[in-house]
Ligand binder design. Structure first.
Ligand code: SF4
Length: 208
């Protein structure tokens, strides 16, 4: 869609708003890292815990040293020695695991709220985590609220098409049939909008 819009109309968005369905790591990585587009998209994040145990967000990311720092100030690393294979330690989904030292965790006063059942704490880092972090920061801005309101306006139109105009299923066949049905539905929506813009008559009987 982005390529087609650029090719056809010569425009390219600086930012893009979408709902959570588009907030996966691959999509955010592609938008932010490859297309340099600001993403106002909620991040799909399953790392937040609700059982009182510290979540990944309680650990500080140390980019320069490729490690997390736990709330007690200790390092969680992928490796404790140098390997020649850069992919070593990643699981099949490109996730990286960062582990604390067993000896440190065993004597830590915060072990009960950090890793009560494990010998040492392990934190996973998703692929494209930088892009995900960027999207999280974008979500805290005023511009995100503006984009969300705009997105909801568009979504309302689609909901109206589906629920009120009955476009859950198309009746005409083929791409041309779909095009005709959507064109007629869009005309109906625009007429409805125009009717709302018309100034209200003070005395309806005068126009009867
Ligand atoms: S249990 Fe380990 S990782 Fe967790 S806070 Fe203590 S030292 Fe850090």
């Amino acid at each position: 869609m982005l390529d087609r819009t650029e090719k056809r109309f010569g425009i390219r968005p600086d930012w893009l708003a979408a709902d959570t369905a588009y907030g996966n790591a691959e999509n955010l990585g592609w938008l932010v890292e490859q297309r340099s587009i600001i993403s106002f998209i909620p991040v799909i994040d399953k790392s937040e815990r609700t059982d009182g145990i510290w979540s990944r967000s309680d650990f500080e990311w140390d980019e320069a040293n490729d490690q997390y720092i736990c709330p007690e100030g200790h390092a969680l690393r992928q490796y404790r020695r140098n390997y020649s294979d850069p992919n070593r330690g990643q699981d099949t989904g490109g996730r990286k695991k960062y582990r604390a030292l067993k000896a440190t965790c065993q004597t830590c006063p915060s072990k009960e709220i950090c890793c009560p059942k494990a010998e040492a704490r392990c934190v996973t880092r998703e692929p494209h985590e930088e892009a995900r972090e960027f999207a999280r920061k974008c979500r805290k801005t005023k511009a995100y609220k503006v984009s969300r309101d705009k997105r909801k306006k568009v979504e309302m139109l689609f909901a109206h098409l589906k629920r009120i105009l009955g476009l859950t299923r198309l009746r005409l066949r083929g791409p041309n049939g779909a095009k005709d049905e959507f064109l007629l539905a869009a005309i109906a929506q625009n007429l409805r909008k125009l009717a709302k813009l018309r100034p209200q008559c003070a005395n309806p009987e005068a126009t009867a």
